[in-house]
Design a protein around this ligand. Structure first.
Ligand SMILES: [Cu+2]
Length: 282
């Protein structure tokens, strides 16, 4: 029913299966990535490749140890297997936080269509991608066959478009610049297409480079020269969260294990002061 062929970049782009580099017709197929380069795989059956059964990956030099720490920055400290620290000369297209806007072709070669596998297709496509404000989505579709409309979450979930929805873009390819952070939802408004899976939800993050949301601004030292404008606003850290609410539940809320620790800490405080006092007077 399927096979896997490694092909050239050109054959990958055009779904040409005539001159594969390698070919395997029995599954499961195990392919060892032996060199740092781009690998392109397709299925050569029928229109499978055109429908999206294709995979292009970029293999970087093996400077990272083979086990469970993929997120650690690849420092030059990997002397375990191969003592070759000189490999990572060319910076691969890793996830460096470049501020330049990215252009994403929605669905890649599948384009913007009713995906054969249902809604998981565009969910899978969006998975692992980091969309930033300023990035561009390109929806490739044929005019009159599809369109693209940005909708609300309710409309996305129900595939029901209200009358207040902005008119869809009916001319493909449609280029949409992501202008605001948060959840963005896109569907095709042609009959049933959305419910058949032609829908895309992405999460757009603010594009100013900073990966951390920086909520720790309250930790500024109080002796600063310029008083921050909102310094008086002391955010109550979950004051109304657990303890005072819960009006009339039959069982009292304090869970035994979590309650013992803070009570012990509070009980230990006077003793700590006492110990400090004793230490001072000795
Ligand atoms: Cu459509």
């Amino acid at each position: 029913m399927h096979d896997v062929a490694e092909v050239t970049k050109e054959s990958y782009d055009s779904c040409n299966a005539n001159n594969p580099i390698t070919m395997s017709t029995t599954g499961p197929t195990t392919i060892t990535l032996t060199s740092a380069r781009e690998y392109n795989f397709i299925c050569t059956f029928g229109s499978h490749c055109i429908l999206g059964q294709k995979l292009s990956i970029n293999v970087s030099a093996a400077s990272v140890a083979p086990s469970p720490q993929p997120t650690t920055p690849p420092a030059p400290a990997a002397p375990e297997t191969t003592p070759s620290p000189a490999v990572p000369a060319t910076p691969p297209p890793a996830a460096s936080p470049a501020p330049t806007p990215m252009t994403y072709v929605v669905g890649d070669s599948l384009g913007w269509t009713v995906p054969p596998g249902g809604p998981i297709a565009y969910r899978t496509w969006a998975m692992g991608k980091t969309f930033m404000v300023g990035d561009i989505l390109v929806f490739n579709f044929s005019n009159r066959q599809h369109d693209v409309a940005e909708v609300t979450k309710a409309e996305f979930d129900s595939c029901n478009i209200s009358t207040t929805t902005t008119a869809p873009i009916t001319t493909g390819p449609a280029r949409i610049t992501l202008s605001s952070a948060g959840e963005n939802y896109y569907i095709c408004t042609i009959t049933q297409h959305c419910s058949w899976g032609q829908k895309l939800a992405i999460n757009v993050t603010a594009g100013t480079g900073g990966s951390a949301p920086a909520p720790s601004s309250t930790a500024t030292p109080p002796s600063g020269s310029a008083p921050p404008p909102s310094s008086t606003v002391t955010p109550p850290p979950s004051s109304g969260g657990l303890t005072p609410s819960t009006p009339s539940t039959p069982t009292p809320p304090p869970p035994p294990p979590s309650n013992s620790a803070p009570s012990f800490a509070v009980a230990a405080l006077p003793f700590t002061f006492f110990a400090v006092a004793v230490a001072l007077f000795n």
